[in-house]
Design a protein around this ligand. Structure first.
Ligand code: GDP
Ligand code: MN
Length: 380
């Protein structure tokens, strides 16, 4: 789960990482109130989960209430790379002497944590990596041994941060590492990390991705998921315990197991169609799960045909067949359904469906034939 900048900063603050005083606002009036208490000048920042907000006009300096009104009014409702701005963060503006980059993330192939630090911050790190790779100092951290202050100091020297920033930066990086590990982050990134003209080092931006596998350890994360602006289809699916990803095509896909779901996507593409979603009902799916899956897909108006591709293993095909019939009874499914059912109890499953087959409920014996029919039905 990705956090908004303001949530990332609040997360950082819990671990003692210095950030600027500020607050969240959803209206122009709230923005002015926050600005008054943060102290002018302030910076008004669009809260969207994409980078490059500055370039898009989503970050503005304001030196009085009038300017806050102007900028807050312009930024609220702004569309930045497809993300509509619903909230802004207003903080006391900093006088920047230098901008750095710092992050921790997981280096999976090497089974270590990777720290990256650069004296060239404020620009996209990909850009630095491409144009001046030597400007990034990397550190591999053994998860068992962690990051000591001594190691952080050496790392900071290697990155050649300004002398005046080095000791504070070292201490901050140890805190950021603690935040990353104890806070169960997949990514903790500060870009820019700054040295102010009066000699303070602090985080001016925050990009935090939480590791959702650790949700059980963090009841406090509930406040973050509450502000998650999810695809309504994905939200409905989550409520029903389904593994669902919305896509842009016209063929709704239900399969059991992520591998089969991916193959189904490929086959639909191969025969000239496009998938409207990825929906894995998992192993051991019963009638209820199948019915829920159809309901979720049915809620997507882009779906013109539904392809149910089940290879029964633990999942029993007769249960799946019952689920399809149940769903058809419970809700009006707008799109025609093409089924390919194989594996455990496939014969029984097909027998259950047989009396109900029509041109809107089709069963075909192979994946390719079924995909072709679904694509054809979606196209007409
Ligand atoms: P991003 O473009 O989405 O990564 O947003 P950032 O929060 O990183 O801000 C982009 C840039 O805006 C920074 O690199 C700074 O140059 C500038 N900026 C942000 N906050 C301040 C501030 O308090 N004072 C000044 N002078 N510039 C700021
Ligand atoms: Mn940034």
């Amino acid at each position: 789960m990705d956090l908004f900048e303001y949530q990332g900063k609040q997360y950082f603050a819990r671990f003692g990482i210095p950030v600027s005083p500020g607050g969240v606002a959803e209206t122009v009036d709230e923005a002015v109130a926050v600005a008054e208490s943060a102290g002018y000048p302030v910076v008004v920042k669009a809260q969207v989960k994409v980078g490059g907000r500055g370039k898009a006009g989503g970050i503005k300096l304001a030196s009085n209430a009038d300017e806050v009104r102007t900028h807050a009014g312009a930024i609220l409702g702004m569309d930045i790379k497809g993300h509509v701005v619903r909230r802004i963060w207003v903080e006391n503006a900093s006088d920047i002497a230098s901008e750095y980059y710092a992050s921790f993330t997981l280096d999976r192939p090497n089974k270590v944590h990777l720290g990256m630090l650069s004296s060239e911050g404020g620009v996209e790190i990909e850009e630095v990596a491409a144009n001046n790779p030597d400007a990034i100092a990397r550190i591999a951290i053994d998860p068992v041994r962690g990051l000591s202050l001594e190691a952080a100091r050496k790392w900071v020297d290697e990155a050649e941060l300004d002398e005046a920033a080095r000791e504070q930066a070292s201490e901050l990086l140890v805190k950021l590492y603690t935040c990353y590990v104890e806070g169960d982050c997949d990514l903790a990134e500060i870009n820019p990390l700054i040295l102010t003209t009066d000699g303070r080092v602090h985080a001016l931006d925050a990009k935090v991705t939480l590791d959702e596998n650790a949700t059980f350890r963090h009841p406090e994360w509930a406040e973050f998921s509450a502000t998650e602006t999810e695809d309504p289809r994905e939200q409905l699916a989550k409520e029903k315990g389904l593994n669902y990803i919305g896509l842009d095509g016209s063929v709704g896909i239900i399969a059991n197991g992520a591998g089969l779901a991916m193959s189904t996507l490929d086959v639909v593409n191969q025969v000239g169609g496009s998938a409207a979603n990825f929906l894995d009902i998992g192993g051991g799916a019963n009638a209820d799960v199948m019915a829920a899956a159809l309901e979720v897909i049915n809620s997507d108006p882009k779906v013109k045909a539904i392809f149910v591709n089940i290879f029964g293993g633990i999942t029993r095909v007769d249960e799946v067949a019952k689920g399809v019939l149940e769903a058809l009874e419970r809700v009006h499914i707008a799109a025609p359904i093409v089924l390919r059912l194989d594996g455990t109890n496939a014969v029984a499953g097909r027998a259950i469906l047989k009396p109900h087959l029509s041109e809107r409920l089709v069963a075909l014996p192979t994946m390719v034939e079924a995909a072709k029919r679904a694509v054809a039905l979606a196209g007409s």
